[in-house]
Design a binder for this molecule. Structure first.
Ligand code: ADP
Ligand code: MG
Length: 700
């Protein structure tokens, strides 16, 4: 068997199972080795049956004396009962609703049983223990047992057995870290680490394996960052001087005072612009923290120095929103243009040409001649073969929303000019250092004073009708409502399965929006104007629906997470979220940020079907906290960075195992990456690994 063999070639993997594995990103044998457990069950304590004590987590080893299925009258459940004996005594064992067990274990078999002991008058009993026939190297019992994230229809045992089947192939995985680094960082060989992460021999083996695999992830990210820094180091950008008097006068003309961190961020940007090395900065600030005005100040400064700016947003609606904001801020001080896939305009300018085509030509000529100080738009800004004259500054809002190809273009066009990227995803500084190793980061971590707090409520299922009544009242008062649906449709009988890292499945996403739309528009609010939005709709269609909603032609908008980003619908006052447990806190926070953008008191209503403790802990934390940074930290702690920051955003997407609180390791990898990057050519294996990795993570 080869590492590159498809998992469907393994024994007991059929079509269905391989499809499910593919959901988890496991397609080939090597993926299995890299599908790491997220925790371990400690079943190492072997106890003779006579010494079993109530409440202990133990493993016993004994011979099956009896085993049979029985039907319980009341619950119509099937109970499997067994009696297992060793030299010291016998214990009763029960399993619920797993009648197939009698096909796997027979009288006379010697088995391991791992689980919790319960004693009653009849003596000790194990309820629903994990079982495994006796063998020298057990995988499911009598050891530190790996527990994996699952998806529907897969079990721990299945994944564990498969991993166990291929674990010896870990020896074939190529060691790509140079010897020097292995020695300097005192790391375990890769093949040992891959073995140890799944089936650790002991605590120390586990610790070293984890350390090695964390190192790998962080090191690649840091190395990549170091390489892009090196690549950029020779490139120059025009110096843009800080025009203090004019900037001050602009700031004092604003109807508000800048917050402290807005001021600091602006200052950091002005400092960068004055250098001849291009600025490469990320401005991170919660929804509504006032990033646009900071972008405007940077563009103002560029304009005053005679340079042109480009301001790009991921959707047409956002682009026109920014266009209008800038016109409000600058009036007629500078000529501002708008360019998206479907529209172009120049503020307060009358085109000489009559025809649409003629005007478009005229528009492009003005850009080419450098007559527009600022052009706002979507990726059309760069994809139409537009040439910019005297371009000094490129600002991109929510860059991670752009596709891979688009980000590549942005990067190319952004070469040799100052570059500012903005994001509303709150990023703790520790994380920013890892994800954006090659960017400098400014953080606005406060909201302007006096914002109305959005009232957040987790709604019990019994109160759903009341919530609908409340929504109706809000619509009567002229407000509009968002309804966000979960990524996945969850079936009742699957509720018990552990679901973590369940990847989004676009067709389910669509399904759940459509069924919710049906329900709301036909049964609950037949008299209201209800629309729907999901990722599978065409771009134009999406824009049309959003602008209908914005213009008040719809009362309710049922949508997937596509409404997450930056749209401003001041009249919307309720954000209702179905299946809230399926979203990360940072993402829920983005949804919540869609409302509360005007004088109207706004509400965020959460609905959940889950009664898992973890889910309710997260949601009640969300109910009580309005600070995006706090939520992001909590999310990181509970779900890890890949989940929080999405798979498209950065190299972080491949963080399966490293943590942000691994500060020492981050420091160590950073130092070693710096040393290594300057003569990477000396290490051909590492060099190749780096290239493969870049391909696999689609870094921009
Ligand atoms: P975001 O960071 O989400 O892009 P915006 O830039 O859209 O936020 O700002 C949200 C609103 O807050 C805008 O109406 C803006 O004019 C206003 N705003 C920005 N800074 C301040 C401030 N310091 N005080 C009061 N309002 C502000
Ligand atoms: Mg914004």
């Amino acid at each position: 068997m080869e590492l590159s063999a498809l998992v469907s070639q393994l024994s007991r993997v059929g079509k269905t199972a391989s499809k499910r594995l593919a959901y988890l990103g496991v397609n080939i044998v090597k993926d299995l080795l890299y599908y790491f457990p997220f925790r371990y069950e400690d079943y190492r304590t072997m106890v003779p049956i006579s010494q079993l004590q109530h409440g202990q987590m133990v493993t016993i080893c004994g011979q099956v004396q009896l085993i049979a299925n029985k039907r319980s009258f009341k619950r119509r459940k099937i109970i499997t009962e067994a009696l297992v004996a060793d030299k010291t005594g016998a214990a009763r064992v029960v399993w619920f609703n797993q009648p197939f067990i009698i096909k796997n274990i027979h009288v006379g078999d010697v088995v391991y049983l791992s689980g919790k002991v319960q004693t009653d008058m009849l003596g000790p009993q194990l309820a629903s223990p994990t079982y495994e026939k006796y063998k020298k190297d057990p995988a499911h019992t009598a050891r530190l047992v790996p527990i994996y994230s699952l998806t529907f229809g897969l079990t721990q045992k299945q994944i564990r057995s498969l991993t166990n089947q291929v674990i010896t192939l870990a020896g074939q995985v190529e060691e790509w870290l140079p010897k020097e680094i292995l020695e300097k960082a005192d790391l375990t060989p890769l093949s040992d680490a891959l073995r140890g992460i799944h089936f650790p021999a002991d605590d120390n083996d586990l610790k070293q394996s984890v350390e090695r695999l964390k190192f790998d992830e962080l090191f690649l990210i840091q190395l990549k960052a170091e390489l892009s820094r090196l690549e950029k180091s020779g490139i120059k950008a025009p110096k843009i001087n800080f025009k203090e008097a004019e900037v001050r006068s602009f700031v004092s003309s604003l109807p508000f005072q800048l917050t402290k961190t807005q001021k600091i961020s602006a200052w950091e940007i002005f400092q960068d612009l004055e250098k001849s090395a291009p600025m490469s900065r990320l401005l991170s600030g919660d929804v509504g923290s006032g990033k646009t005005v900071i972008a405007a100040m940077a563009m103002l400064n560029a304009c005053l120095n005679g340079f042109r700016s480009v301001f790009m947003a991921p959707t047409e609606i956002l682009a026109s929103q920014h266009y209008n904001s800038l016109i409000k801020l600058f009036g007629d001080k500078f000529s501002v243009g708008l360019l998206t896939g479907s529209q172009f305009a120049i503020h307060n300018y009358k085109f000489e040409e009559k025809s649409q085509a003629g005007q478009k030509k005229e528009f492009f000529k003005k850009i080419g001649d450098g007559e527009l100080s600022i052009v706002v738009g979507t990726h059309a800004l760069f994809s139409e073969g537009v040439e910019y004259k005297k371009l000094g500054l490129v600002i991109v809002d929510e860059q991670h929303r752009f596709g891979v190809e688009q980000r590549k273009t942005i990067k190319e066009k952004g070469r040799g000019v100052h570059f500012l990227s903005m994001t509303a995803t709150p990023i703790p500084r520790s994380l920013a250092l890892v994800i954006y190793g090659d960017l400098d980061v400014s953080i606005i971590n406060e909201l302007p004073p006096g914002r109305k707090k959005i009232i957040t409520k987790l709604v019990e299922p019994a109160k759903r009708d009341k919530a609908y009544q409340f929504i109706r009242d809000q619509v009567k008062q002229g407000r509009q409502i968002f309804v966000v649906c979960p990524l996945i449709e969850r079936k009742e009988d699957e509720a018990e399965i552990e679901i973590i890292n369940y990847p989004a499945n676009p067709s389910n996403e669509k399904k759940s929006v459509l069924s919710e739309y049906e329900k709301l528009s036909k049964n609950i609010f037949p008299d209201l104007r209800v629309g729907y939005l999901h990722g599978k709709l065409k771009g134009k269609e999406k824009e049309r629906i959003m602008s209908d909603f914005k213009n008040g032609k719809l009362d309710l908008l049922v949508s997937t997470s596509v409404v997450e980003v930056g749209v401003d619908i001041p009249n919307a006052s309720v954000m209702m979220i179905e299946g809230a447990e399926g979203f990360g806190l940072a993402q829920l926070h983005q949804f919540r940020g869609r409302v509360g953008r005007s004088i109207h008191q706004s509400y965020c209503l959460l609905f959940t079907h889950s009664d898992s403790v973890k889910a309710s802990e997260r949601l009640s934390f969300f109910e009580k906290n309005n600070d995006g940074f706090k939520l992001a930290e909590k999310d990181l702690e509970m779900r890890g960075p890949g989940e929080v920051y999405g798979t498209e955003q950065s190299g972080m997407m491949n963080l399966r195992i490293a943590q942000l609180n691994d500060r020492e390791l981050i420091k160590k990898t950073r130092e070693l990456a710096k040393e290594t990057a300057v003569d990477l050519e000396k290490y051909p294996v590492l060099n190749k690994k780096m290239k493969d990795w870049e391909k696999s993570v689609h870094l921009e």
